[in-house]
Design a protein around this ligand. Structure first.
Ligand SMILES: Nc1ncnc2c1ncn2[C@@H]1O[C@H](COP(=O)(O)OP(=O)(O)O)[C@@H](O)[C@H]1O
Ligand SMILES: [Mg+2]
Length: 194
Protein backbone atom coordinates (compact mmCIF):
# COMPACT_ATOMS: atom_id res chain seq x y z
CA UNK A 1 0.00 0.00 0.00
CA UNK A 2 1.52 3.29 -1.15
CA UNK A 3 0.26 6.63 0.10
CA UNK A 4 1.76 9.61 -1.73
CA UNK A 5 1.70 13.06 -0.16
CA UNK A 6 1.89 15.64 -2.89
CA UNK A 7 1.25 19.25 -3.79
CA UNK A 8 3.14 21.12 -6.49
CA UNK A 9 3.44 23.98 -4.05
CA UNK A 10 5.98 24.01 -1.18
CA UNK A 11 5.45 25.20 2.35
CA UNK A 12 1.98 23.73 2.74
CA UNK A 13 2.60 20.75 5.04
CA UNK A 14 3.99 18.22 2.60
CA UNK A 15 6.69 17.09 5.00
CA UNK A 16 4.76 17.45 8.24
CA UNK A 17 1.94 15.33 6.82
CA UNK A 18 3.93 12.17 5.92
CA UNK A 19 5.86 12.31 9.18
CA UNK A 20 2.66 12.37 11.19
CA UNK A 21 1.06 9.75 8.94
CA UNK A 22 3.87 7.22 9.47
CA UNK A 23 3.81 7.84 13.20
CA UNK A 24 0.04 7.21 13.24
CA UNK A 25 0.47 4.10 11.11
CA UNK A 26 3.18 2.66 13.37
CA UNK A 27 1.06 3.38 16.44
CA UNK A 28 -1.88 1.66 14.75
CA UNK A 29 0.20 -1.49 14.33
CA UNK A 30 1.12 -1.36 10.64
CA UNK A 31 4.37 -3.24 10.14
CA UNK A 32 6.54 -2.44 8.35
CA UNK A 33 5.92 1.28 7.96
CA UNK A 34 8.25 2.97 5.49
CA UNK A 35 8.74 6.69 5.04
CA UNK A 36 10.07 7.37 1.56
CA UNK A 37 11.70 10.76 1.13
CA UNK A 38 11.71 11.82 -2.51
CA UNK A 39 12.43 15.45 -1.71
CA UNK A 40 16.01 16.65 -1.54
CA UNK A 41 15.18 19.77 0.43
CA UNK A 42 13.63 20.51 3.79
CA UNK A 43 12.41 17.00 3.90
CA UNK A 44 11.24 14.23 6.13
CA UNK A 45 14.71 12.62 6.11
CA UNK A 46 16.12 15.64 7.92
CA UNK A 47 13.29 15.46 10.40
CA UNK A 48 13.94 11.78 10.86
CA UNK A 49 17.66 12.27 11.42
CA UNK A 50 16.90 14.64 14.24
CA UNK A 51 14.06 12.60 15.67
CA UNK A 52 13.59 9.05 14.43
CA UNK A 53 10.17 7.50 14.82
CA UNK A 54 10.01 4.12 16.47
CA UNK A 55 9.22 1.21 14.14
CA UNK A 56 9.44 3.40 11.03
CA UNK A 57 12.03 2.75 8.36
CA UNK A 58 13.34 5.68 6.31
CA UNK A 59 14.27 5.34 2.64
CA UNK A 60 15.76 8.26 0.76
CA UNK A 61 14.65 8.15 -2.87
CA UNK A 62 15.38 11.41 -4.66
CA UNK A 63 15.04 10.08 -8.22
CA UNK A 64 12.43 8.45 -10.43
CA UNK A 65 14.26 5.15 -10.28
CA UNK A 66 14.75 5.06 -6.51
CA UNK A 67 11.21 6.20 -5.75
CA UNK A 68 9.81 3.55 -8.10
CA UNK A 69 11.87 0.89 -6.39
CA UNK A 70 10.95 2.05 -2.89
CA UNK A 71 7.28 1.91 -3.86
CA UNK A 72 7.44 -1.54 -5.40
CA UNK A 73 7.62 -3.52 -2.18
CA UNK A 74 4.76 -5.88 -1.61
CA UNK A 75 4.38 -5.63 2.14
CA UNK A 76 3.63 -2.92 4.64
CA UNK A 77 2.59 0.67 4.38
CA UNK A 78 4.68 3.14 2.41
CA UNK A 79 4.21 6.91 2.72
CA UNK A 80 6.03 9.15 0.25
CA UNK A 81 7.11 12.76 0.83
CA UNK A 82 7.45 14.43 -2.59
CA UNK A 83 9.34 17.52 -3.77
CA UNK A 84 7.41 20.64 -4.81
CA UNK A 85 9.27 21.15 -8.07
CA UNK A 86 10.55 17.99 -9.69
CA UNK A 87 7.59 16.94 -11.80
CA UNK A 88 9.16 13.71 -13.04
CA UNK A 89 9.72 12.37 -9.55
CA UNK A 90 6.24 13.50 -8.53
CA UNK A 91 4.71 11.73 -11.51
CA UNK A 92 6.71 8.56 -10.84
CA UNK A 93 5.34 8.54 -7.29
CA UNK A 94 1.76 9.41 -8.27
CA UNK A 95 1.67 6.64 -10.89
CA UNK A 96 2.29 4.07 -8.17
CA UNK A 97 0.00 5.58 -5.55
CA UNK A 98 -2.86 3.62 -4.00
CA UNK A 99 -4.05 6.84 -2.37
CA UNK A 100 -2.97 10.47 -2.67
CA UNK A 101 -3.06 12.93 0.20
CA UNK A 102 -2.86 16.57 -0.87
CA UNK A 103 -1.89 18.96 1.90
CA UNK A 104 -3.10 22.50 1.38
CA UNK A 105 -3.83 25.67 3.26
CA UNK A 106 -7.01 27.65 3.64
CA UNK A 107 -7.38 30.54 1.20
CA UNK A 108 -8.20 31.13 -2.44
CA UNK A 109 -4.68 31.37 -3.81
CA UNK A 110 -4.08 27.74 -2.88
CA UNK A 111 -6.79 26.20 -5.05
CA UNK A 112 -5.00 26.35 -8.39
CA UNK A 113 -1.97 24.52 -6.99
CA UNK A 114 -4.14 21.72 -5.71
CA UNK A 115 -5.97 21.52 -9.04
CA UNK A 116 -2.60 21.25 -10.81
CA UNK A 117 -1.70 18.39 -8.48
CA UNK A 118 -5.09 16.69 -8.94
CA UNK A 119 -4.58 16.73 -12.69
CA UNK A 120 -1.56 14.46 -12.24
CA UNK A 121 -3.47 11.91 -10.17
CA UNK A 122 -5.00 8.93 -11.98
CA UNK A 123 -8.79 9.02 -12.30
CA UNK A 124 -9.23 5.85 -10.30
CA UNK A 125 -6.83 6.77 -7.52
CA UNK A 126 -8.50 7.78 -4.27
CA UNK A 127 -7.43 11.26 -3.26
CA UNK A 128 -8.29 13.75 -0.56
CA UNK A 129 -7.11 17.12 0.64
CA UNK A 130 -5.85 17.89 4.11
CA UNK A 131 -6.16 21.48 5.21
CA UNK A 132 -2.96 22.12 7.19
CA UNK A 133 -2.34 24.74 9.87
CA UNK A 134 -6.02 25.58 9.81
CA UNK A 135 -7.38 28.43 11.91
CA UNK A 136 -10.50 26.90 13.31
CA UNK A 137 -13.62 29.01 13.32
CA UNK A 138 -12.42 31.45 10.63
CA UNK A 139 -14.40 32.42 7.53
CA UNK A 140 -11.36 31.55 5.46
CA UNK A 141 -11.50 27.95 6.64
CA UNK A 142 -15.26 27.71 6.17
CA UNK A 143 -14.97 29.07 2.62
CA UNK A 144 -12.19 26.59 1.85
CA UNK A 145 -14.19 23.64 3.13
CA UNK A 146 -17.19 24.78 1.10
CA UNK A 147 -15.10 25.20 -2.01
CA UNK A 148 -13.60 21.69 -1.93
CA UNK A 149 -16.97 20.22 -1.12
CA UNK A 150 -18.39 22.03 -4.16
CA UNK A 151 -15.55 20.64 -6.28
CA UNK A 152 -16.37 17.13 -5.00
CA UNK A 153 -12.87 16.71 -3.66
CA UNK A 154 -13.08 14.90 -0.33
CA UNK A 155 -11.55 16.59 2.69
CA UNK A 156 -9.68 13.89 4.55
CA UNK A 157 -8.58 16.14 7.39
CA UNK A 158 -8.41 19.58 8.93
CA UNK A 159 -5.27 19.92 11.03
CA UNK A 160 -5.33 22.92 13.36
CA UNK A 161 -2.49 25.42 13.45
CA UNK A 162 -0.47 24.54 16.53
CA UNK A 163 2.92 25.68 17.79
CA UNK A 164 3.56 22.07 18.82
CA UNK A 165 3.22 20.99 15.19
CA UNK A 166 5.17 23.96 13.82
CA UNK A 167 8.14 23.07 16.01
CA UNK A 168 8.79 20.07 13.76
CA UNK A 169 11.57 17.72 14.85
CA UNK A 170 12.57 20.06 17.68
CA UNK A 171 9.97 18.48 19.88
CA UNK A 172 8.02 15.26 20.12
CA UNK A 173 5.13 14.71 17.78
CA UNK A 174 2.15 16.63 19.03
CA UNK A 175 -0.81 14.64 20.36
CA UNK A 176 -3.49 16.69 18.64
CA UNK A 177 -1.59 16.39 15.36
CA UNK A 178 -1.32 12.63 15.72
CA UNK A 179 -5.07 12.40 16.31
CA UNK A 180 -5.86 14.56 13.29
CA UNK A 181 -3.52 12.59 11.02
CA UNK A 182 -4.83 9.31 12.38
CA UNK A 183 -8.20 10.27 10.90
CA UNK A 184 -6.50 11.14 7.59
CA UNK A 185 -4.77 7.76 7.52
CA UNK A 186 -8.03 5.93 8.13
CA UNK A 187 -9.72 7.79 5.28
CA UNK A 188 -6.84 7.14 2.89
CA UNK A 189 -6.91 3.43 3.69
CA UNK A 190 -10.65 2.99 3.76
CA UNK A 191 -11.15 4.38 0.29
CA UNK A 192 -8.82 1.84 -1.14
CA UNK A 193 -11.06 -1.14 -0.43
CA UNK A 194 -14.11 0.41 -2.08
N1 LIG B 1 -0.74 22.06 11.69
C1 LIG B 1 0.28 22.92 11.65
N2 LIG B 1 0.37 23.91 12.59
C2 LIG B 1 1.39 24.79 12.55
N3 LIG B 1 2.37 24.79 11.65
C3 LIG B 1 2.33 23.84 10.68
C4 LIG B 1 1.29 22.86 10.63
N4 LIG B 1 1.53 22.05 9.56
C5 LIG B 1 2.66 22.51 8.98
N5 LIG B 1 3.14 23.59 9.64
C6 LIG B 1 4.35 24.37 9.34
O1 LIG B 1 4.25 24.88 8.01
C7 LIG B 1 5.55 24.93 7.40
C8 LIG B 1 5.53 24.15 6.10
O2 LIG B 1 5.28 22.78 6.40
P1 LIG B 1 6.08 21.60 5.70
O3 LIG B 1 5.49 20.35 6.20
O4 LIG B 1 7.54 21.79 5.82
O5 LIG B 1 5.62 21.87 4.20
P2 LIG B 1 6.26 21.49 2.78
O6 LIG B 1 6.91 20.16 2.94
O7 LIG B 1 5.07 21.47 1.90
O8 LIG B 1 7.21 22.56 2.43
C9 LIG B 1 6.52 24.35 8.43
O9 LIG B 1 7.12 25.42 9.12
C10 LIG B 1 5.62 23.55 9.35
O10 LIG B 1 6.12 23.44 10.64
MG1 LIG C 1 8.85 19.44 2.50
Amino acid sequence: MNIVVSNVKGGVGKTTTPVYLVASAAAAGYDPVVLVDADRQASSAEWFEERPIELVELVEAPSERTVARAMSRQDGLVVVDTPPGDERIVRAALERADAVVIPTRAGGVEYSRVVATLEMVGDETPRGVVICAARLGTNDLEATIEWWTGQRVPIWGVVPERVGIASGPESRLYREGLDAYDAVLRRALRRRSR
